[in-house]
Ligand binder design. Sequence first.
Ligand code: COA
Length: 424
Amino acid sequence: MGKALEGVRILDFTHVQSGPTCTQLLAWFGADVIKVERPGVGDITRGQLQDIPKVDSLYFTMLNHNKRSITIDSKNKKGMEILERLVKTCDVLVENFAPGALDRMGLTWERIQELNPRMIYASVKGFGPGPYEDCKVYENVAQCTGGSASTTGFRDGPPLVTGAQIGDSGTGLHLALGIVTALFHRTHSGKGQRVTCAMQDGVLNLARVKMRDQQRLTHGPLTEYSQYGEGIPFGDAVPRAGNDSGGGQPGRILKCKGWENDPNAYIYFITQAPVWEAICDVIGEPEWKMHPDYAKPAARLPRLNEIFARIEKWTMTKTKFEAMEMLNKYDIPCGPILSMKELAEDASLRGTGTMVEVDHPTRGKYLSVGNPIKLSASPSEVERSPLLGEHTDAVLTELGYASDEITALAQAGATATVKKVAAE
Ligand code: COA
């Protein structure tokens, strides 16, 4: 079965997390992703947070599956010649260096268009045009500048960053969509184009409902926020709302049996209006179904703290899985708080390939998150990440270099000779 992006060649100049997330997705869909790395150094994450000495870190391996690695010194004249040949033969160039780095190498958009007018040139940067356009940015900076941190956490505490990497991986996802859209456009325009995604913009897009609330604030208090029921006035900006639901159906994280010793013995419980009567029966408050203070959603809004305290009295008598099972019988939307350990061991996630075990020549077996996007006609197989420069000779040969030229390039410092990988 052919892969969806088979035949698409990607010149992958990405590093760290945001760019690699994007090119990994494209590789999973079948694109030939050629990752360019600096000789002897490579993507900095190869050596970051190493759990096994001198072995590519999980940070690197989990973000660079299904890619090939070629080492090229872009600051070496012959290295740049190789890069220009790659530009001519690839469909997409993806990069997430600090602003201006690719221009300083000599690969300006104008030069790229001269070399290959069909080239799609895609970049992640921290900010779009404006006062911060030259700044370097990492994940948490994007979460803070994109509106996520100011709206995450509790009202009486400091802003919080989330565990989900919405700045890096989130922007990588946005960029991947931009690239496939540009590839589709090229099928009828015949031309490449620039695709850019700023991390601040990507986070703001994901925090869209909070911008919704910012505008609602001008027309009155946010009645679904706990703060409303507590009688605390709103200021002029959207406050942090703890675990209140961001939608029209109030929800909270509630303690379950064992919460005293297990930091994840909690469940997210949503008091969805259509199943309110079932909720009243399950928690043992059938009279609430007719009571004027509880029967209608609008009447419940100022009493959410009291209502969730009563529901929690019930959830605390059940484990999170028991509660989930009982609530599901009535279609009451809820979800247990799952730890990374529980997710790693989850049989259904293993079954769908969302959690996969991968074998690596120097690391051995490790667990990874696979492709979360499932295509029925072109499933993804997760293949291990490349060793530094593992495919240098193969890619150079494909570009037409003879073996003596390949040796000369390594001697000139344009590339690096690479140890052969032991048979796997
Ligand atoms: N050969 C030679 N030099 C190379 C090279 C290669 N194959 N690949 C990269 N380089 C050089 C670049 O030319 C550049 O050098 P220069 O600054 O002298 O021009 C340098 O390596 C890249 O530097 P930079 O991107 O500034 O790396 P950094 O480690 O200082 O900064 C980030 C890291 C992530 C902060 C920065 O790249 C950035 O802000 N990126 C955009 C936003 C982003 O994606 N952030 C999230 C990352 S998960």
